[in-house]
Design a binder for this molecule. Structure first.
Ligand SMILES: Cc1cc2nc3c(=O)[nH]c(=O)nc-3n(C[C@H](O)[C@H](O)[C@H](O)COP(=O)(O)OP(=O)(O)OC[C@H]3O[C@@H](n4cnc5c(N)ncnc54)[C@H](O)[C@@H]3O)c2cc1C
Length: 419
């Protein structure tokens, strides 16, 4: 048996694990700094997107394979080093994602009341140790992708609209206490330049008691936009949705969602916290909370090359160097949907298996983890957490309620792992 280490139990690490276990002579040890598996499927995908989250069933199956061992609550760079892994394993595959927020790069960015999408998403997805967001009546979201739409939709749903999901009661209560009434999405380019998926846009039509506002004057198409609409059906569908909204009159609904195009923020302004976004052209958009959803980038890992400009690990078809590989968002940066990571993982694993030496050593990584006093959560430990969350949810008629206390998760996971 040859042992491979996979760091990161998000979709890409698990898709890679699935491809590796197709070889009967390979065993895979999967590490994650979270005590729980599934990466952004658990802590990124919006809580009301239950169908998308159901990919967990496929991922779960791979992780239950007899040739796979999960060690959660183990961070590379903290509980073990790359040297430890390279010493013990025939190959190391990094699937650590792209967890850092891109900076807005305007004055006032540091003011309280401005948060990155990752901070807000961590909070509403009940990630342990997430900073509590100050929900507020008027929210400005800066960004032109699906994460900006997720944020607008989740905030406008409010606590009542998320009551069927797995988020903690604290999140539901915070959203009910301070209902969001007015969301403005600021887009730097025009409607044709956005990356919103048409289906995610039209999903907004289903939100009750909401006026969606688009100024027809800001929808002006350039010649280039028009020719893109003719050749690309997705661009045409986006533009058509915005055009439809631009012809609507306000109904007097209690809540509104405005899309503003060709509006670049120049500064965030306010005395002691954010009060408005100053746009190029001088307009001030009032805001109690500003969320920048302008993309993610990788987190450099000790001993691993990093392309600072592109924000991910440099590689050739997933190969970083001898015995060291990468896949998923760590490899490509933050692009594509969950399924995109499957083909990406297959490409990396093909190269890894072609290089893989026959190595019959059994890695002794648990001695390293014990020496570093790591509190490892194993797969049976995760199954115990899973059951605890399902039981917690049942108490309020839900399918699941997440536990957001790290110590509690590790405690349940460690006890469950021993039984
Ligand atoms: C807010 C948001 C919403 C999204 N919604 C959708 C959606 O609706 N539909 C869709 O198809 N896609 C969606 N995506 C995209 C999808 O989540 C990604 O394509 C996918 O999660 C990328 O997989 P990954 O495994 O590369 O990264 P991740 O899912 O981020 O997994 C990386 C894993 O590595 C672990 N890790 C990181 N550093 C270390 C370390 N040092 N040591 C140990 N472990 C480490 C992390 O804990 C994490 O579990 C969304 C993304 C975001 C950000």
């Amino acid at each position: 048996m040859t042992h491979v280490a996979v760091v990161g139990a998000g979709p890409s690490g698990i898709f890679a694990t699935a491809a590796l276990t197709e070889r009967a002579d390979v065993r895979v040890d999967v590490f994650d700094r979270n005590p729980t598996p599934f990466g952004l499927v658990r802590y990124g995908v919006a809580p009301d997107h239950l169908k998308i989250k159901s990919v967990v069933r496929t991922l779960h199956k791979t992780m239950s394979h007899p040739a796979v061992t999960f060690r959660g609550n183990v961070a590379l760079g903290q509980d073990l080093t790359l040297d430890d892994l390279q010493r013990e394993y025939a190959a190391v595959l990094l699937a650590t994602g792209a967890p850092c927020a891109r900076r807005l790069g305007v004055p006032g960015e540091e003011l309280p009341g401005h948060v990155s999408a990752s901070m807000l998403v961590d909070w509403y997805n009940s990630r342990p140790a997430a900073r509590k967001a100050d929900c507020a009546e008027r929210v400005v979201v800066i960004g032109a992708g699906n994460v900006a739409l997720d944020i607008a939709r989740v905030l406008l749903r409010g606590g009542r609209g998320l009551a069927h999901t797995d988020v903690t009661d604290m999140v539901l209560q915070a959203l009910n206490r301070n209902p969001v009434r007015d969301v403005r999405v600021l887009v730097r380019g025009g409607a044709a330049d956005t990356k919103f998926t048409p289906a995610e846009l039209t999903e907004l039509d289903k939100l009750p008691d909401l006026d969606i506002v688009v100024d027809p004057g800001e929808l002006m198409l350039t010649d280039d936009d028009r020719s893109r609409c003719e050749t690309d059906r997705t661009v045409a569908a986006r533009v058509e949705t915005f055009r439809r909204w631009s012809t609507r009159s306000r109904t007097g609904a209690r809540r509104s969602l405005a899309f503003r195009f060709r509006q670049a923020p120049e500064a965030l302004t306010g005395a002691s916290r954010v009060e408005s976004v100053l746009l190029r052209g001088g307009e001030r958009v009032p805001a109690d909370l500003v969320v920048s959803a302008i993309g993610y980038r990788g987190d450099p890992l000790d001993g691993v090359p990093f392309d600072d400009r592109l924000g991910h690990i440099p590689h050739v078809r997933g190969r970083i160097g001898p015995g060291l590989y990468t896949t998923g968002w760590a490899k490509r940066g933050p692009s594509g949907v969950i399924g995109t990571n499957k083909a990406c993982a297959i490409e990396t694993v093909a190269g890894l298996l072609a290089d893989l030496p026959v190595d019959s050593r059994t890695p002794d990584i648990d001695t390293v983890l014990a020496a570093n006093a790591a509190r490892v959560v194993t797969w049976p430990g995760w199954l115990a957490i899973d059951q605890a969350e399902i039981s917690l949810g049942r108490q309020t008629g839900r399918t699941r309620t997440k536990i957001d206390d790290l110590d509690r998760l590790v405690e349940i996971g460690s006890e469950g792992g021993r039984t």
